[in-house]
Design a protein around this ligand. Sequence first.
Ligand code: PBG
Ligand code: ZN
Length: 323
Amino acid sequence: MAFPSHRPRRLRMNETIRSMVRETRLSPEQFVYPLFVCAGTGVKKEISSMPGNFQWSIDLLVEEVRRVKSLGIGGIILFGIPEKKDDRASGAYDEHGIIQEAVRALKESVSGILVITDVCLCEYTTNGHCGLISGDEILNDRSVELLALTALSHARAGADIVAPSDMFDGRVGAIRSILDSNGFHNTPILSYAVKYASGYYGPFREAAESAPAFGDRRSHQMDPANALEALREVDLDIQEGADILMVKPAGPYLDVIRMLRDRYPQPLAAYQVSGEYSALMAAGNLGWLDLPRTMMESLIGIRRAGADIILTYFAKEAAEALG
Ligand code: PBG
Ligand code: ZN
């Protein structure tokens, strides 16, 4: 029906009616807040390229996670900064490594919030690569064995969900099988199924001290130009036993989120990464953008594209805004 009978503005005239017809909502239970954990006690060191985010020692991490939980946020994802790195990434699968100790401490003192662990080797290798290296090749199968050991050690420490972020071939299957054969058949795998080789990870690499010393991650992470390839990656991860799928970054890949939402029934997560956060923060701090508003708009866009779960450095501010 044409104007003047049809007036879409009728449903926008005040907040009460806008709220009633709203199609998409955000809720803190579906946020996952990333946290960086380091050695020592009493450490809370700000990450300069990610204002408001810190490297936390375990004692202060526990207090921070209590605050995060009190905001109604559903989960945290942990990244570790080990005291020592080596060629074999031994800190990643050490039963007394930084993540394993942090998970144990959290499980002893905070309940009702999911503790998710990122499973990768790049924070633990001297050269900052996600796997073992031979010449200039990043090795797949031998790295996958170490990733499986890493995931198992996280599960043993009490992780609620393990989240492999490496993008090597076959790692979800290897992790599923090592978890199952050690009695962790109830530990879900949140797979970074579709992770792009992105410039938006820059600030994270400062935060996690994981920048590659040479080369880049293009031989394992996906080409930003590809969308159909995401379907093949997701098919494989589902066959191998992924419980939750993830797309990363989020904002520049909303089409991929929507495509996966339309084709797969699995829970879908999206990671609004460090560079997406830092870019908005910087523009907000310069007064070029209204930060509270654009923050919420960026998150609702990710939900509208079809993500159920959002990993975001804005989790606390957004949860507060949602009241
Ligand atoms: C480790 C990992 C990275 C991120 C999450 N897990 C960095 C990378 O792949 O270089 C990035 C997260 C962010 O930028 O917020 N593989
Ligand atoms: Zn990595």
